[in-house]
Design a protein around this ligand. Sequence first.
Ligand SMILES: [Zn+2]
Length: 177
Amino acid sequence: MKNDALIECLRAGGARGRAAEDAALRERTALQGQRPWAIVICCSDSRVIPERIFDAKLGELFVIRVAGNVLDRHQLGSVEYAAAHLHCPLVLVLGHTGCGAVGAALAGESGGFIGYITDEIREAIGEERDPLRACEKNVLHAVERLKAEFAAHPEAGGAEIAGAVYDILTGELRFLE
Ligand SMILES: [Zn+2]
């Protein structure tokens, strides 16, 4: 395989990760089930890692990652699973500064599979041209969609919904009202 060295990196990282993880907690969550207290919908960006941002352990966060933290049917299904079946009481939509997906939408990029994402972001941001404000609007758009879906489908769970933006430079988190 062309990427043997990278596969080896994954193998070695997997072994280090397993050794570093709390084995008792891993066994407890594996055997007794997960009880996450927050659902986090965030970008796939490699700098935005919810478990690190929130210093969370195994079993605490139910994370849905998709470029541009957009919301569509698969994400809604994941939210419903965690809210209605795992009784997770909180959903956080987490945007971030320097988001490539938001930048691509602002640049008018479309087409390809990426178009599924940029079209959704463009709908969220409208005429907004400021990257930070566009990021906030994209988060708030998902928050409003979730609120509307929960209101229309009570069986999908009644979790509280919040939005926030993570700054990839400073590591700061700002909740949106
Ligand atoms: Zn992003």
